[in-house]
Write a protein that binds this ligand. Structure first.
Ligand code: TMP
Length: 422
């Protein structure tokens, strides 16, 4: 379907992108705009739309989007997300970087760390400070410039087999290849894994972390589903993925970042597999994570949220309460569009990212503004779109809570909480 305001921007994957077997549809969230496409007021050009639908591969169990938006429409010189926005994520990446330096490596091997999707260089900064060889690759040229300005060795581009071969022309094999919130964004994982296989040293490790299917389903965090997130990984599916490319999943760790993630460590066949791999795969099997029944339950709960959240906003309005959105996250595009929340239900969303301020939310046209200077100008209630940073935000916004401010949250359920820090 196309009309004057909307135009299609997606292609369809009729089969699993990894093993080519059929995809079984499990969730249909309807038509959506690009999540990170913040429009200027008055822009009446057609908005790019696609069908936000999720399927599971009946063979390798990889949960994935059925339609996909062309990557160059999503990751380019306008990419607005910066890792450094969150203090907690800065700490997370520093800790991760230091733990990578402590990994056991053959005695004479100096570290050479390659990061796929290096964003603003937050993760690589400690390696640069300590003088270790490193390289960041990211398609967002604006972020690569920022990383370079802070002394990080970074280049604009997509990581794939060709990039890996080009790196090897002037560098030694990587001791660690790392990617955070990046792999789930890349449709052509085949080329990434072939590139990893080529670039990784004999005893190297490929470590990546992404939102975990188990948390998405258990918390009903369906806002993790948007155009940029093509894959929703689990230990079961990543184990299959690694095997397909002759590699081995050797460790799995659960992280509480971004609302629940798994960190996967992939190595070569001779490397020892920790018991964590079989433990997590077994827990996924016993909880029925990949079963149609479990995924249908999830889809039903998603539908319930669609009614509950607008209802909560209408009730607050009826009670005379002012409400604003906290953070115009990419995830919020799914919530707003799926639940039909537009300017009639939410006047404004505040966000710290300069590129988003003065723009409108995609599809729903809600103005995005900088946070008011004084908490006295805050609303009665914040609808917390950045729920994955709830601890950090709620512990920081003490003045808002002391003046009686409340938080409306929708993960894991729709709740209105007065001062959840107390
Ligand atoms: P994301 O969820 O799409 O990654 O984006 C996070 C957005 O949330 C980003 O635009 C910055 C915004 N944000 C705030 O405005 N305040 C905060 O305290 C945090 C953690 C994020």
């Amino acid at each position: 379907m196309q009309d004057s305001q909307h135009t299609n921007c997606a292609s369809r994957a009729p089969n699993c992108r990894i093993c080519s077997q059929s995809l079984r549809p499990v969730l249909d969230l309807g038509r959506h705009p690009r999540a990170d496409s913040y429009r200027k007021p008055g822009d009446i050009s057609p908005e790019l739309m696609f069908e936000l639908k999720v399927g599971i591969c009946e063979s390798c169990q990889l949960v994935q989007l059925i339609d996909e938006v062309a990557p160059e429409l999503m990751f380019n010189s306008d990419y607005p997300f910066r890792t450094a926005t969150s203090q907690r994520m800065q700490q997370h990446f520093r800790k991760t970087a230091l733990s990578i330096l402590e990994l056991e490596t053959p005695a004479d091997t100096a570290p050479f760390i390659v990061e796929l999707g290096c964003n603003d260089g937050t993760f690589l900064a400690p390696f640069a400070e300590l003088g270790h060889d490193h390289l960041g690759i990211d398609p967002a040229s604006n972020l690569v410039s920022e990383a370079s300005e802070r002394g990080i060795n970074a280049q604009t581009g997509w990581f794939n087999l060709e990039t890996a071969a080009a790196i090897l022309k002037s560098s030694r094999p990587a001791t660690v290849i790392y990617a955070a919130n990046t792999l789930c964004h890349i449709s052509d994982l085949s080329s990434v894994f072939k590139g990893v296989d080529l670039l990784l040293s004999k005893d190297g490790r490929f470590i990546f972390e992404d939102p975990y299917l188990g948390d998405i389903v258990n918390l009903c965090a369906f806002d993790q589903i948007y155009d940029e997130h093509i894959y929703y990984f689990s230990a079961t599916s990543v184990d299959m993925l690694a095997r397909k490319f002759g590699l081995k999943l050797i460790e799995v760790e659960h992280l509480d970042t971004h609302g629940g993630q798994l960190r996967y460590t992939i190595g070569r066949q001779h490397q020892t597999q920790s018991s964590s791999v079989l433990d997590v795969i077994e827990s996924e099997r016993t909880s029925g994570l990949h079963t149609i029944e479990r995924l249908n339950d999830f889809a039903e709960t998603v539908q319930v949220r669609r009614t509950e959240l607008p209802k909560a906003l209408r009730e607050l309005a009826a009670a005379g309460k002012t409400v604003a959105g906290y953070a115009a996250t990419a995830k919020s595009a799914t919530i707003l569009n799926y639940c039909g929340i537009d300017r009639n239900l939410l006047d404004v969303i505040y966000d710290t990212t300069p590129e988003k301020q003065g723009r409108l939310t995609p599809g729903t046209g809600i103005p995005i503004e900088a946070f008011p200077q004084s908490t006295e100008d805050f609303p009665d209630t914040f609808l917390l779109f950045a729920w994955n940073h709830a601890d950090e935000i709620i512990s920081r916004e003490t003045a808002f809570q002391e003046q009686g401010g409340s938080w409306l949250q929708f993960v894991p359920s729709v709740t209105l909480t007065l001062n959840p820090a107390s």
